[in-house]
Each structure stands twice: as C-alpha cells, then as structure tokens.
Design a protein around this ligand. Sequence first.
Ligand SMILES: NC(=O)c1ccc[n+]([C@@H]2O[C@H](COP(=O)([O-])OP(=O)(O)OC[C@H]3O[C@@H](n4cnc5c(N)ncnc54)[C@H](O)[C@@H]3O)[C@@H](O)[C@H]2O)c1
Length: 240
Amino acid sequence: MVSLGLEDKVIVVTGGNQGIGAAMVALLQELGAKVAYTDIKIGEDTSGALAIQADVTDLTSMEAAAAKIEEKLGPVYGVVANAGITRDNFFTKLTPQDWDAVINVNLKGVNHTIQPFISGMYERGEGSVVCISSISGERGNVGQVNYAATKAAVIGLVKSLARETARYGVRVNAIAPGFIDTEMTRIIPDKVKEKIIAEIPFRRFGKPEEIAWAVAFLLSPVASSYITGEVLRVNGAHHT
Ligand SMILES: NC(=O)c1ccc[n+]([C@@H]2O[C@H](COP(=O)([O-])OP(=O)(O)OC[C@H]3O[C@@H](n4cnc5c(N)ncnc54)[C@H](O)[C@@H]3O)[C@@H](O)[C@H]2O)c1
C-alpha cells in the first residue's frame, strides 16, 4: 500500500470555511493530516479540523493564528494560501476600493499567510506551500482586471519564492483552477455561465474536490518531491 505521506503532517488552509478551501480541509483530513484552517467567518464546524477566525489582510491576525496552530497541533509542514475574493466590474467602473480589497486579500494576504511559517520550515528543512492562483491570472478575463492582476502576481511570487526556499528543502507551487462550482462562481449570470461552459472542452465547471486532490498532490512529500516553482492547471482543458 502506498500513501501520499501526509499522515500526521500539520497543514494550514486559509479560507477553509467554504468552497475549495472546505474541500481541501475534508480531503487532507481523510489523508491523515492534522488540519487547521482560518477564515474571516467560521461557520458551524463539522470537519473536526482546528478552525481559527483570522483575516489574511492583517499580518498580526495571521501571526496570532500561526502561534495558536503550532501550540495546538505542532510545527506546520504545509501551508495553502487559498483565501480569495472577487470584486468584478469593467475596467472603467472599477473603483479604488475594488482594487484595494482584491489586492489586500489575494496578494498581500498570500504574503501574510506564508510569512509566519516560512522560517520554521527553513529550520526543519522541510515544507510545502501551495498558492491558489487562477485561470484568469494566465488567460485574463473580461471584468476581472483587478482579480487577474493579483492572480498573475501570485505566480510571480511562487516562482521567486521557490528559488529562495529550494536550498532549505521547502517547495512552493501554484494551482491555477479553471471555473469551479462554488459561491464565487454562483453569482455569474446563467447566460454568461452557458457561454463559459461552451468554451470548456469538458463542458462543465470543475468541482472543489478536483482542486483539493491537486493540492494534496503538491503538498505530498512523496508524490511531488521534485516539483517546485510550478503552476498546475486544473481546468478541464480550458487553456489559454
Ligand atoms: N471558484 C472558482 O471558479 C475559482 C477559480 C480559480 C481560482 N479560484 C480561487 O480559489 C480560491 C477559493 O475560492 P472559492 O471558489 O472556494 O471561493 P469562496 O468564496 O467559496 O471561498 C473563499 C473563502 O475565503 C474566505 N475569505 C475571504 N476573504 C478572507 C480574508 N480576508 N481572510 C480569510 N478568509 C477570507 C471566505 O470567507 C470564504 O470562506 C480563491 O483564491 C479563488 O480566487 C476560484
């Protein structure tokens, strides 16, 4: 019997309360990891994971969450920077507030998520970081100039950080999901959804679990030990 080697590894997922993050929390627990998740809103938790209210836009809040997680679960092996938001509009209608909100969560939030854990990973000589980018960051998307800019920036962050962390045995990768069926995409009007689906060779949106499996693969010290600085596209062949 082989395994992904995630048993008893402490893994932190941001934005784990719903959607793709919640699917990761569930799967990683099934794979035997000790999982903690953070979110700005913590619902009624049935996952059994350690749930902590923390805002990725606030470094102090993330540092406090990190300290609590390490105290309760032990040294963190895996970090998944998943929390993200959209504030979609045509470029001429995007307000400075729409820009700031998206940059604060989707870009600065990724930095605030990784910073509290990275030195410990260096000291232990192991660790895996996965950042959730997006098809929009590579392909661009109408109405998502602000969002796409942050998701492209995350790819630059991952590729640079991977070069810095390699000497410490720490890997850093990104996943670029295509359109996934979550609250984030439920707001897309049906007519627009139909057009998007017609462009996807698989003719459907992805499921949160399909991203969760890709995350498990990239976290795995067994399955992806020689992969770093990569962008894994999970998009039903909806390529650029
Ligand atoms: N759904 C898609 O089609 C899709 C496609 C590509 C990439 N993504 C990315 O995947 C990730 C997860 O998206 P999702 O579809 O599950 O969205 P979602 O809206 O269902 O879930 C996002 C979660 O992040 C949390 N969150 C928002 N702001 C936060 C903050 N400041 N601090 C902490 N938590 C915060 C929310 O409360 C929520 O639980 C995001 O980074 C998103 O950009 C989604």
